[in-house]
Design a protein around this ligand. Structure first.
Ligand SMILES: N[C@@H](CCC(=O)N[C@@H](CSC=O)C(=O)NCC(=O)O)C(=O)O
Length: 299
């Protein structure tokens, strides 16, 4: 297993933000990841729970750690926050930087099966296995058996997908403006099609990654932990009366009807808010409290 290198250690709120790098064996490239260690870490506490924050299209580990403002809540409740990258970097595959919604910055949290991408685009295995295993070996005060997951847009889809595909792996999940039925959106069709393939049989694999399909098929057999979602009504990628909807919250609400999760998704449409980090940071406190409850951090 490759080693983690500390590139920077920045004092931030009551704890520190570490900028880390390492060689990824599943993505076959060097990866960056940011890690916020809360004040409790520096007070010597052990068994500190962990929240994963998955970012959206175009993002690096910087976006969430600079603009989502989870850190003061991490100090308040006592959890660490992991901010992974959104794709492999610098792998030079033809076509990986032609558009911001596919390739670099757009790994879509899948393990690619298409020949061109499968050596490097394995963000599913990276987030689920390689990254926690690596962090666990160095940061032994953190408890990776007590972790939750959240994310924004592509990362919101990722958070719910990881949670539903891996019962008991994450204690809770939440999302900000997630792509909820990606098989039916431009972004999802492009990324699933490119990384997983476009034939009818390939589309069977899309279903295994699509939160709306997983939840509506009742294939999730773990504990039903309420899922918290916020969606801004003025989000340009969610048009109530427009001709496109990249996020598909209403399709999701339709699909969960009759499923074992029907009553346990709280999807809050919030007037006026857009898709930006001003929206995320306005609700990160509510999401942090949600996760703190299921991580056992509330009295
Ligand atoms: N560059 C694009 C806009 C891309 C964009 O809005 N990305 C969002 C996530 S979208 C879904 O995953 C984002 O988080 N951007 C980073 C940020 O800091 O806001 C364009 O030109 O339209």
């Amino acid at each position: 297993m490759s080693a983690l290198k500390v590139e920077a250690e920045i004092y931030n709120f009551g704890g520190r933000l570490l900028k880390l790098s390492h060689e990824s064996l599943v993505n076959n490239c060097s990866m960056g990841v940011n890690l916020y260690l809360p004040k409790q870490y520096y007070e010597g506490k052990t068994k500190i729970p962990v929240l994963f924050y998955l970012a959206g299209l175009t993002c690096t580990p910087a976006n969430g750690s600079e603009k989502a403002f989870f850190q003061p809540y991490a100090d308040k409740y006592g959890f660490a926050v992991v901010f992974p990258d959104t794709s492999p970097r610098g792998v030079k595959i033809e076509g990986d930087d032609e558009t911001w919604s596919f390739g670099t910055g757009a790994g879509f949290y899948v393990d690619a099966v298409q020949e061109k991408w499968k050596k490097n685009y394995n963000m599913y295995s990276y987030i689920l296995k390689e990254l926690p295993t690596l962090l666990k070996t160095k940061y032994t005060q953190l408890d990776f058996d007590n972790k939750s997951i959240t994310g924004h847009s592509m990362g919101g889809y990722g958070a719910i997908m990881f949670f539903l595909r891996n019962p008991n792996e994450f204690k809770s999940c939440s999302a900000f403006a997630p792509i909820l039925n990606p098989s039916k959106t431009n972004w999802g069709i492009k990324c699933f099609g490119g990384y997983l393939g476009e034939s009818e049989s390939d589309k069977k694999l899309w279903e295994k990654y699509d939160p709306a399909e997983i939840i509506s098929s009742n294939s999730y057999k773990g504990p039903v932990v309420p899922i918290l979602i916020h969606q801004g009504v003025n989000d340009p990628f969610y048009k109530v009366k427009g001709d496109y909807d990249y996020l598909t919250p209403n399709e999701f609400l339709e699909k969960i009807k009759g499923s074992n999760y029907e009553k346990d998704v709280t999807l809050k449409f919030v007037d006026g808010f857009d898709h930006s980090y001003f929206f995320i940071s306005s609700f990160s406190g509510e999401h942090a409290a949600h996760h703190a409850k299921y991580l056992g951090l509330l009295d």
